[in-house]
Design a protein around this ligand. Structure first.
Ligand code: AP5
Length: 216
């Protein structure tokens, strides 16, 4: 099962990718997570990516394409993967097809998470993440039992720097300018499955199971 989750920032791609990847025993590959880790560790990639990420812009294609090709070559991707946050440009989508072809693989389907801009802003401005284990919460929609503390490991919850109001608006502009064309790109190839991502987290999981997973 080789799948892409596509959609605007805050659509719930990461939340659902974690659940489905666990259920299916396949890898969850989040380019945002890999890049944030590189920034935190101060690697060469992290140093190059930081300014783009802080402003809500996309990291240049060549950096991200090489990073994903390396990640997909690892053993845990052999049984399948969910790509969350990649591709984000037509050039990335074309590079992904070539990377997969070189290793005798192909993309099985693309789940397109559809949600409106007001919900994006509401979800991202309330998102909190555990510093220790990376678990994802929302102050209203998926609150932790104790405010500010992770239910799973007790770690401190923080707000991502790019989840501030002005950066969220820029990320949405970038999505419509650079990424939205991928909907028709994958639609024309018969790979696209639309998911109503405006529903509650458990309803969205059900929809993904019914549509994307059943299509495989
Ligand atoms: P990245 O981390 O990929 O950010 P994003 O695509 O903007 O996606 P998010 O992680 O913000 O949202 P999501 O859809 O995963 O939502 P989530 O499940 O967390 O990228 C960050 C940056 O890295 C980019 O801006 C760019 O600079 C760079 N980058 C990454 N990939 C790149 C690439 N391919 N090329 C170039 N640059 C790249 O949910 C959001 C919130 O809503 C959470 O609080 C959650 O609890 C809540 N929630 C989830 N589902 C629901 C629901 N159904 N109902 C109510 N609340 C919900």
């Amino acid at each position: 099962m080789n799948v892409v989750f596509l959609g605007p920032p805050g659509a719930g791609k990461g939340t659902q990718a974690k659940v489905i990847a666990d259920e299916k025993g396949i890898a969850h590959v989040s380019t945002g997570d890999i890049l944030r880790e590189a920034v935190a560790k101060g690697t060469d990639l992290g140093k190059k990516a930081k300014a783009f990420m802080d402003s809500g812009a996309l990291v240049p294609d060549d950096l991200v394409v090489a990073m994903v090709a390396e990640r997909l070559s690892r053993a845990d991707c052999r049984r399948g993967f969910i790509l969350d946050g990649f591709p984000r440009t037509i050039a990335q989508a074309e590079a992904l097809a070539k990377t997969l072809e070189r290793s005798g693989r192909k993309l099985d389907c693309v789940g397109y998470f559809k949600v409106d801009d007001d919900q994006v802003v509401e979800r991202l401005s309330g998102r909190r993440i555990c510093r220790r284990c990376g678990a994802n919460y929302h102050v209203t929609f998926m609150p932790p039992a104790v405010p500010g503390k992770c239910d799973k490991c007790g770690g401190e919850l923080y707000q991502r720097d790019d989840d501030r109001a002005e950066t969220i608006r820029e990320r949405l502009r970038v999505y419509y300018r650079e990424t939205a064309d991928l909907v028709s790109f994958y639609g024309k190839r018969g790979l696209l499955f639309e998911v109503d991502a405006s529903l509650s987290p458990s309803e969205v999981t059900e929809t993904v199971r019914r549509t994307v997973c059943c299509a495989l």
